[in-house]
Ligand binder design. Structure first.
Ligand code: HEC
Length: 371
């Protein structure tokens, strides 16, 4: 499995562009791309963009970027014009953290690598600018952390009109996180204590943002209650991690929060699970990019054309399905993001247990792994 990752280990030496080519490894063997789809056998996608100063938009040179959510994690540094790039397995969800002198370590909103290259700017928050947010909000820095979430509806438009009481930060037991300030809404530039509800500011794209100050370090769920398009009460949940003295950016809601899995109440392997295990180029979550006969995940191939063969292999492998405690199945725990590093799998497909596909897989196991 080390072979396929050689390129990623060497990203700083310019291994960018398309999926990594076959290349010799240190033990002399060849890292071969998986066979199958002819030329379109994409296993990794390029993630690139610039790191920008969050408040001024200026590109930031010489800024370190590290990932959270991969095994091994990636690291790179921005060029003089602020640009960065790295290669990530398709079907991955991860966080990029920017580190620079006089800036807070900034954990960016989730990067989602579906099938195509991703162009995404990352941000870093300058200490001085963060100090201004505390001063404007008239909040004394205790942990000194700042969480800024962009609020969107399910169509990706700004979610305006949300009251402070509808926004909470809760821990793993659903209890309110203590020490964190009341939510402050932001105008086009900064926190604005005069705003009594979330309000969209700016053009193309307009944003409605909320800031929470002084959250203690930890991984929490940001909950935003809103009224959906059918006038029904709904909640967006977003997993957020606060690091000591750091800044965290998050997206609450948005197009990604949508899912087509809710209607599936009695999933079967052939209809609902097997298609999701396939490569992204075949409409799946990308598992089979690695889980094929010659790929990094050859320990358990998912790409046999007969779903019954794949299901038999899954059931034969020890621990992959845990009928007694379904959530302990490695079928779920391997692709699930580890909030406490290191990751236990090359990539994470499910950020948290709220992921619709995670819930679907869990339901399938709970109901007895129907073929
Ligand atoms: C980037 C490559 C890659 C992708 C994509 C990938 N895996 Fe894996 N997976 C591996 C490797 C390598 C291993 C073996 C090492 C380990 O257990 O982490 C593995 C191990 C596993 C195991 C344990 C197998 C066993 O026999 O113990 C399961 C279960 C698993 N993966 C499920 C999945 C699922 C489900 C997906 C898609 C949602 C997925 N993986 C996507 C590379 C990948």
């Amino acid at each position: 499995m080390r072979h396929a990752w050689l390129c990623i280990g060497l990203i700083v030496f310019g291994c960018e562009g398309k999926a990594p080519p076959d290349q010799p490894t240190t033990d002399g063997s060849l890292a071969v791309d998986a066979p199958g789809d002819g030329g379109s056998d994409v296993t990794t996608a390029k993630v690139s963009g610039k790191v920008l100063d969050y408040f001024t938009g200026d590109p930031l040179a010489a800024t370190a970027i590290t990932t959270v959510g991969l095994q091994p994690e990636l690291a790179t540094t921005t060029a003089a014009d602020g640009t960065y790039s790295f290669e990530v397995a398709v079907g991955s969800k991860l966080f990029a953290t920017s580190t620079r002198n006089n800036f807070l370590n900034t954990r960016n909103a989730t990067t989602v690598v579906a099938q195509l290259p991703v162009i995404e700017n990352l941000y870093a928050l300058a200490s001085g600018d963060v100090g201004r947010q505390f001063a404007t909000a008239n909040v004394t820095a205790v942990s000194g952390t700042i969480l800024i979430a962009e609020l969107q509806n399910d169509l990706g438009d700004p979610l305006a009109g949300i009251l402070p009481a509808a926004i909470t930060l809760v821990d793993g037991n659903g209890a309110l996180v203590t020490g964190v300030s009341a939510p402050f809404f932001m105008n086009a530039a900064d926190v604005d204590p005069s705003l009594t509800m979330s309000t969209a500011f700016g053009a193309a794209p307009a944003r409605a943002r909320v800031a929470l100050l002084n959250a203690p370090p930890g991984t929490y769920t940001l909950k935003v209650n809103y009224t959906d398009a059918n006038a029904a009460a709904a909640t967006h949940t977003t997993s957020v991690t606060i690091t000591a003295g750091g800044a965290t950016l998050a997206l609450s809601g948005g197009l990604q929060a949508n899912s087509s899995t809710a209607a599936i109440t009695d999933p079967s392997f052939a209809t609902d699970i097997y298609p999701r295990l396939q490569k992204a180029s075949k409409g799946g979550l990308g598992c089979a990019s690695c889980h094929n006969l010659t790929g990094a995940g050859s320990v358990l191939p998912y790409d046999n054309t007969d779903p019954a063969v794949v299901l038999a292999a899954i059931k034969a492998a020890v621990g992959v399905i845990n009928a007694t405690t379904p959530a302990m199945s490695t079928f779920l725990t391997k692709p699930l993001f580890e909030t406490t590093p290191p990751q236990n799998h090359p990539n994470a497909t499910f950020l948290d247990v709220n992921d619709p596909n995670y819930k679907l897989f869990l339901l399938w196991i709970t109901l007895g792994t129907k073929p």
